[in-house]
Design a protein around this ligand. Structure first.
Ligand SMILES: Cc1cc2nc3c(=O)[nH]c(=O)nc-3n(C[C@H](O)[C@H](O)[C@H](O)COP(=O)(O)OP(=O)(O)OC[C@H]3O[C@@H](n4cnc5c(N)ncnc54)[C@H](O)[C@@H]3O)c2cc1C
Length: 147
């Protein structure tokens, strides 16, 4: 088994982009060519919006994105239990569902654009290392099972 020590971003971002040396006419300008900027630019362009991405480095994805582990999870840092407390069950479900939708969107784009990035769906595990974490995890499991 060969383990690559470069991310897809590092292996596939050698394309040179032109410097901005003229006044452009566009609908949207996005500052920063990391995953956030590029993804938003892609979605806007798909909707027919004219978009320009400005990046201060020589190439795209030179920031945090370059070194990301690239796990795409539906869960966010705030637990489902806490989301229910903060926003109620319906909105908590909406947050969870939006995470699921985002994963599907990534899968669809990867398939549509034929992006060679070893994308695969795998299981994710959450585990407790203390009694307190175990109680929190049990609460989380119960809340998710109920909804
Ligand atoms: C080691 C590591 C592992 C991670 N693993 C995961 C993971 O598994 N799953 C996950 O979801 N997240 C993960 N993350 C977090 C994730 O990588 C970041 O949240 C994400 O890459 C941030 O993307 P970004 O586009 O917002 O920022 P960046 O990738 O930093 O992009 C910002 C860009 O804006 C440019 N810029 C800034 N200021 C200007 C300016 N004034 N003019 C022009 N350009 C400018 C920068 O040069 C840069 O290219 C990880 C992060 C790290 C460090």
């Amino acid at each position: 088994m060969t383990i690559k020590n470069q991310s897809s971003w590092e292996m596939h971002t050698d394309k040179a982009y032109p410097k901005l040396n003229a006044i452009l006419d566009t609908d949207v300008v996005i500052v920063g060519a990391g995953i956030t900027g590029i993804f938003n630019a892609y979605m806007l362009a798909q909707s027919g919006v004219r978009v320009v991405v400005l990046e201060e480095e020589e190439n795209i994805v030179q920031g945090v994105t370059r070194k990301t582990t690239a796990f795409i999870e539906s869960a966010i840092d705030t637990s489902f239990t806490e989301l229910i407390t903060l926003f109620g069950i319906d909105r908590a479900k909406l947050v969870y569902q939006s995470g699921q939708d985002a994963i599907q969107l990534f899968a669809d784009i990867i398939a549509k654009e034929k992006i060679d990035c070893d994308y695969q769906t795998v299981s994710a595990y959450t585990y407790a290392t203390t009694e307190k974490e175990f109680r929190e995890l049990t609460r989380e499991y119960t809340a998710l099972k109920k909804s």
